[in-house]
Ligand binder design. Structure first.
Ligand SMILES: *Cc1c(COP(=O)(O)O)cnc(C)c1O
Ligand code: SF4
Length: 358
């Protein structure tokens, strides 16, 4: 436990200490998670851990944060960097994968480490926050590339930075490109709502002329607590629209009733369900992915049950940096002889997406 009320660490020791503290009896698969310093980290805030029902080994919150031995199994078609972000890096922390949008990796630190994280090659690697030089280099790049209309502050999680650092970060980009749309991508309102303080909101207010959008990640209706709704409401009340990007996760939300409750709950909290992501082909995450056919059936059912406003777009970020596309007939061409799904990319290319082997 550190001063932010977090349990974290790299080995199974940290997981075992956490389980003891929470009164959780680890399953065989959770116990068998034994990895060295190169493994994806384990970490969870006290608040988020409090949402777990200790006696339920299938708890949807627990599944998102407790590692299992399944993570050591790599499946066909998976890679460390399925979205080819390294290849599209234009400065040390800036990814330019779409002509008019860039993503800036503000820091590698997060308030919790999600087992399904698609950027696990980077998150929790102790590389730390972007340096002033990193920020200046990235700001210079967007200054020189007027075709870029939007920047995503992502990582890692930007709200793990101090208010002063967040202020400086926003200020650098605003100085060169006051017209830039800024997406604040963060799971902190969901997993550590107490971080959304008066001080942080004062920073937002200071830059209130900026076109900010907050992108959060609620995956299960149980995450919609009074605290997390209040944290997101602070942004909405400050004039910052909030959008949700869920990840479709096996054993967490691969159920029409749960997704229906989640989307309606989000909308009631004035949060627009934006994307429902098919799991990316990241190494060691097959056990959390849902077969595409099941995803399609779920979304069809949701269409019947939800209002258009509550309905997210079911999308897949195609392997080898193919880009994000909605999973529908416009882009989904069918299956090849090996059973892999064939997609057309936004640029007219072709990518294959492989279901987990069950
Ligand atoms: C997801 C993503 C975006 C934004 O995609 P939208 O479809 O506009 O939400 C931009 N850049 C990168 C690198 C991304 O991964
Ligand atoms: S909060 Fe986001 S970046 Fe951090 S581990 Fe979870 S999914 Fe990955």
């Amino acid at each position: 436990m550190d001063e932010k009320g977090q349990s974290h660490g790299r080995g199974s020791m940290a997981v075992k200490a956490f389980a003891r503290k929470q009164g959780i009896v680890l399953t065989e698969k959770e116990q068998a998670w034994e990895k060295d310093g190169t493994s994806p980290p384990f970490g969870v805030s006290t608040y988020y851990a409090s949402l777990i029902t200790p006696s339920d080994s299938d708890d949807p919150i627990r599944r998102q944060i407790l590692p299992t031995s399944c993570e050591m199994m790599y499946s066909p078609g998976e890679s460390e960097d399925p979205l080819a972000e390294e290849e599209h890096s234009v400065t040390s922390r800036l990814i330019h994968r779409y002509a008019e949008r860039v993503a800036f990796l503000v820091t590698d630190a997060c308030a919790v480490y999600c087992r399904h994280c698609f950027r696990r090659r980077f998150t929790g690697t102790q590389r730390g926050p972007a340096t002033t030089e990193d920020i200046i280099a990235a700001a210079r790049y967007v200054g020189a590339h007027q075709e870029v209309k939007e920047i995503l502050f992502t990582g890692g999680d930007m709200f793990t930075l101090s208010n002063e650092k967040i202020d400086a970060l926003i200020g650098e980009f605003r100085a060169v490109r006051p017209d830039l749309i800024i997406r604040l991508c963060s799971r902190v309102p969901v997993v550590l709502p107490s971080r959304i303080t008066d001080g942080l909101m004062a920073v937002m207010k200071k830059h209130s002329s900026a076109p900010f959008f907050l992108m959060v990640q609620f995956n299960h209706p149980r995450e919609l607590t009074a605290q997390s709704r209040e944290a997101t409401a602070r942004f909405i009340d400050a004039g910052i629209p909030v959008f949700n990007q869920s990840v479709l996760l096996r054993g967490v939300n691969d159920d029409a009733g749960i997704l229906e409750e989640l989307c309606n709950g989000l909308l009631a909290a004035r949060i627009k369900p934006y994307y429902l992501f098919q799991g990316d082909l990241v190494e060691g995450t097959a056990h959390l992915r849902v077969p595409l056919e099941k995803g399609l059936a779920l979304v069809k059912e949701l269409r019947r049950r939800l209002s258009g406003l509550a309905m997210p777009v079911y999308a897949v970020d195609l392997p080898e940096g193919g880009g994000k596309v909605p999973v529908d007939s416009m882009y989904l061409k069918g299956r090849d002889s090996d059973g892999a799904w064939v997609f057309e990319t936004p640029d007219g290319g072709e990518r294959r997406y492989r279901d987990p082997e069950v």
